[in-house]
Design a protein around this ligand. Structure first.
Ligand SMILES: [Zn+2]
Length: 414
């Protein structure tokens, strides 16, 4: 972690500032703290592999004692949940290889970790809506202050934030392995922080211009505190900030991995200081499918909100947010352009044929709406594919980029 991040951090329990305890074990190089102990007025917290762990759940306390004893490698194993020595060595061999991909590294963490569909995340319908909302809102409100992605997992939307953020965003999540993966692969350059979304958030009042939480709020039990905390983080003088909660489930409409959602009125009541605008995800998805604009000026009817399984909430006093935003695919190449992993590839004759092929019927049931932008089949010229793999953005593939048949993925993703 960069020492300047300490300016944004506060103890979640006493609210005090945090400093590196230089009398205890630590490793630092220049402005970067690798391992060590942060202290406030009430407590001490470990920094492990450059990630501050600002909660007192059992793995954190065990890992902290390893850092205090000068055993940062053991601390990291505890935070990764690697209690089996053989599995830990295998993981460390993969993690230290410069050739390892995100997929290799996730697999080395074992079948209990993540699993699921991370490989397909960059084209799933939930992601494409959240990505559009994040780029529109953060792109409008961010000027001087940084952004924070809370419960941001392995950083897929932190990557969206980085495209519109003048300074490094903070990625916060309970799971150490996820934020570690984000810094290494998905969103290099973000500042990861490990914290508990059910506790007060470990940041200073007004530290951020944009605070978001995507596809996680339904799993937070202390919702009232969480919204109060999000509002606190963007408080303060200067340009008004924004709180965005993307893809939270609706207790009135069933969805997979339901969590403990509220109904739209219940969500609205959580916001005591800024009136939120609530959107049904279906309407925003429609905007994205037709290529924009993303209409954040719309006022959804209560009936349409009650019927939508997923909701997006935006709370802001910034005059530029609740309007229509053009949606254009980002220009240039941020990572590497690759064929979407949902396509099976076959070279036949003079063309390469691609066919949409879901990893499972479960995936198809949950994310099948991607068919609205992903065509069943596509063809491309072998020379275009070679140009793509050599790092170019061939003009004849622009439509496939727009349709997400070709994705701009992080380097070393799969
Ligand atoms: Zn404290």
């Amino acid at each position: 972690m960069n020492v300047s991040t300490l300016d944004l951090l506060r103890c979640p329990y006493c609210g005090g500032t945090l400093e590196l305890v230089t009398s205890m074990f630590h490793r630092a190089a220049g402005d970067e703290i690798e391992d060590g102990i942060l202290g406030c007025r009430c407590c001490i917290f470990p920094v492990i592999d450059g990630i501050p762990v600002l909660h007192l759940l059992p793995p954190s306390v065990t890992a902290r004692s390893h850092v205090e004893a000068g055993r940062p490698d053991q601390a990291r194993r505890v935070m990764f949940g690697l209690d089996d020595d053989e599995q830990a060595s295998q993981f460390e061999a993969v993690a230290s290889s410069s050739e390892a991909t995100y997929k290799d590294t996730v697999e080395a963490l074992g079948p209990n970790f993540e699993g699921g569909y991370f490989l397909y995340r960059f084209s799933d319908p939930t992601y494409v809506v959240a990505d559009a909302v994040v780029r529109a809102v953060a792109g409008t409100v961010l000027s001087g202050r940084p952004a924070v992605d809370i419960c941001g997992g392995s950083g897929h939307l932190t990557r969206s934030l980085m495209a519109v953020s003048p300074t490094a965003p903070i990625l916060a999540d309970l799971y150490f392995a996820k934020v570690w993966l984000a810094r290494r692969f998905t969103a290099p350059g973000c500042e990861p922080v490990c914290c508990d979304g059910n506790a007060p958030l470990p940041f200073a009042r007004g530290a951020f211009g944009f605070a978001m939480c995507s596809d996680a709020f339904q799993y937070i039990w202390t919702k009232r505190q969480f919204v109060g905390e999000m509002s606190r983080l963007i408080d303060g003088p200067g340009e008004p900030g924004a709180v965005v909660i993307n893809h939270t489930h609706n207790s009135l409409a069933w969805s997979p991995s339901h969590g403990q959602p509220l109904d739209p009125a219940g969500y609205r009541d959580l916001f005591e200081t800024i009136e939120p605008r609530i959107f049904g995800e279906a309407a925003l998805f429609g905007d994205v499918v037709k290529g924009g604009p993303l209409d954040l000026a719309r006022q959804a009817s209560p009936q349409s909100l009650d019927a939508d399984p997923a909701l997006t909430m935006i709370a802001t006093r910034h005059p530029g947010v609740l309007r229509a935003h053009p949606l254009a695919p980002p220009e240039g190449i941020r990572g590497e352009l690759r064929v979407n992993p949902l396509y099976a590839r076959q070279e036949a004759g003079p063309l390469v044929h691609l066919r949409l092929s879901f990893p499972s019927t479960d995936y198809e049931d949950e994310y099948g709406a991607c068919r609205q932008y992903l065509p069943e089949e596509a063809t491309l010229k072998p020379e275009s594919l070679r140009a793509l793999e050599a790092g170019d953005r061939p003009a004849d593939l622009e439509d496939m980029i727009r349709r997400r048949v070709i994705l701009d993925l992080p380097k070393y993703y799969y």
